[in-house]
Write a protein that binds this ligand. Structure first.
Ligand SMILES: C[S@@+](CC[C@H](N)C(=O)[O-])C[C@H]1O[C@@H](n2cnc3c(N)ncnc32)[C@H](O)[C@@H]1O
Length: 229
């Protein structure tokens, strides 16, 4: 990991203030920089979550509520949780929203049927305690679907992806929003473990059937799993 990236409490404070600052234009920049694919990726995650209507799901790091809206549309009872008040204030969803750190979920043991989380793993101080919280909060047989940025396996696509994510995205984000935040975005990928390690961490946490799927064109990855019985 790059040594000049923040860690511990410094990272929590930096992440919160960064998302507070980009919140008003977060949706606009997101749609432009993913060409609207992020909407498709969340729908795919919801499909693979495989939970029926009237189940209860926490959408963690819910941001401006994109996942919450998809879950509500599917008839799922969803509660959104996020650290950044700015993101919560800019959310467009009817779901109840709570300001909370996802490393300390305000829910009872095995209290929910599932968890979704979009593009937030690399923003967390530590992944292992987060996964342990998921295992505590989700009932046996419940499901999780975690979306995160990915990297294409095809070398040409990977080269194009690095160019786009490393150069064009900071440019677009800098013009429309906060330049420092969108310079940090591609660099924050360095916080993510290798894909195989990440899947194993999820399995070890209590989701033994966890799998990873790279979503077209490889710029996103979807991690799903069932809470062990
Ligand atoms: C890239 S945004 C993703 C928002 C939304 N899930 C989406 O799919 O568009 C990452 C979100 O994670 C939130 N976040 C980061 N660390 C967090 C933490 N420890 N607890 C709760 N939310 C956190 C940020 O405030 C931000 O809203």
């Amino acid at each position: 990991m790059a040594t000049d990236l923040p860690s511990g409490d410094e990272k929590v404070a930096a992440v919160r203030s960064m998302f507070d600052s980009i919140a008003p234009r977060y949706d606009l920049v997101n749609r432009i920089m993913t060409f609207g694919l992020d909407v498709r990726w969340r729908r795919r995650a919801l499909r693979d979550l495989r939970l029926p209507p009237r189940t209860t799901v926490l959408d963690l790091a819910s941001g401006t509520g994109d996942f919450c809206r998809e879950l509500e549309r599917a008839g799922i009872r969803v509660v959104g949780m996020d650290l950044s008040l700015g993101m919560l204030q800019n959310a467009r969803t009817d779901a109840p929203l709570v300001q909370a750190d996802v490393l300390r979920l305000p829910v009872p043991d095995h209290g929910v049927d599932g968890v979704t989380c979009g593009f937030a793993l690399r923003n967390l101080v530590d992944l292992q305690p987060f996964l342990a919280e998921l295992a505590r909060a989700v009932r046996p047989g419940g499901r999780i679907a975690l979306l995160e940025v990915g990297e294409p396996t095809n070398p040409i696509l990977r080269w194009g992806h690095h160019l786009y994510f490393g150069r064009i995205v900071p440019l677009i984000g800098g013009l429309l929003s906060d330049p420092a935040a969108y310079r940090y975005l591609p660099r924050s990928v360095a916080y993510l473990p290798d894909p195989d390690v990440l899947v194993q961490m999820i399995r070890d946490a209590g989701f033994g059937d966890a799998t990873r799927t790279l979503l077209a064109p490889g710029a996103a990855q979807l991690l799903v799993g069932t809470r062990d019985g």
